[in-house]
Design a protein around this ligand. Structure first.
Ligand SMILES: [Zn+2]
Length: 216
């Protein structure tokens, strides 16, 4: 799939956009680049939920499909929002939150939230994500490249991903890969898969993104 990018060519210190392709340069942080591109395209002083104008330093970024059920940090899943809306929306998807907002009474909202909680547990138990199926491609672990510094690996994060896999027989988030299958996000998924002889991992392959680190 392609991520949404600004239409014009751009050149910043850690990225370059040329003819609809995003090239990530040395020192990039994938998450920061995605946040900055989203603010660039959607603005940084407006909450998309309550429609209020927000001071620039008070704005947050909401994942429309939440991280907890696989929502990726890419512009089509990000929306600037105020802290209040972001925390009220919590783990709901964009659509679930719209339904929630249309319920008027406290008891209706409470019962809707408990339905949502069991729905999410069901999705996790099936080893699935709560994101559009067409975003996901199974990719062979042996074909994925990384340039992660193994000295910086966190044992805690590794164990967290591993124990999630043991419980749900699936991963909480898909990996995000560039068009040459270089890892952009979700490295621990790959690491756990490799250490447990899992041959395929779910991934979002970004056909219009390319890492340029150490390569010409
Ligand atoms: Zn708001």
């Amino acid at each position: 799939m392609n991520i949404i990018l600004p239409c014009q060519n751009l050149k910043e210190k850690d990225l370059r956009i040329e003819n609809g392709i995003l090239y990530l340069g040395y020192g990039y942080s994938f998450q920061n680049v995605m946040y900055n591109l989203t603010y660039f395209m959607k603005g940084k002083n407006y909450c998309y939920y309550c429609k209020r104008t927000i001071p620039r330093n008070k704005i947050t970024m909401d994942h429309m499909y939440p991280r907890s059920t696989g929502g990726p940090t890419i512009p089509q899943n990000l929306i600037p929002s105020c802290k209040r809306c972001n925390s009220e929306k919590s783990d709901m998807t964009f659509a679930q939150y719209q339904t929630y907002l249309n319920l008027s009474s406290f008891s209706e909202r409470k019962s809707y939230l408990s339905t949502i909680t069991s729905l999410k547990e069901g999705i996790k138990n099936m080893g699935m994500f709560e994101i559009p199926n067409e975003w996901i491609t199974p990719v062979k672990t042996s074909e994925i490249h990384t340039n992660i510094d193994f000295a910086n690996i966190s044992e805690t994060k590794f164990q967290k991903v591993k124990s999630y896999y043991k419980t749900y027989h699936g991963f909480q988030v898909p990996m995000i890969l560039d068009r040459n299958l270089y890892s952009l996000d979700g490295f621990y998924v790959l690491f756990v898969a490799k250490s447990s002889d899992i041959s395929y991992v779910p991934a979002i392959v970004l056909d219009n993104v390319e890492i340029r680190i150490g390569r010409n």
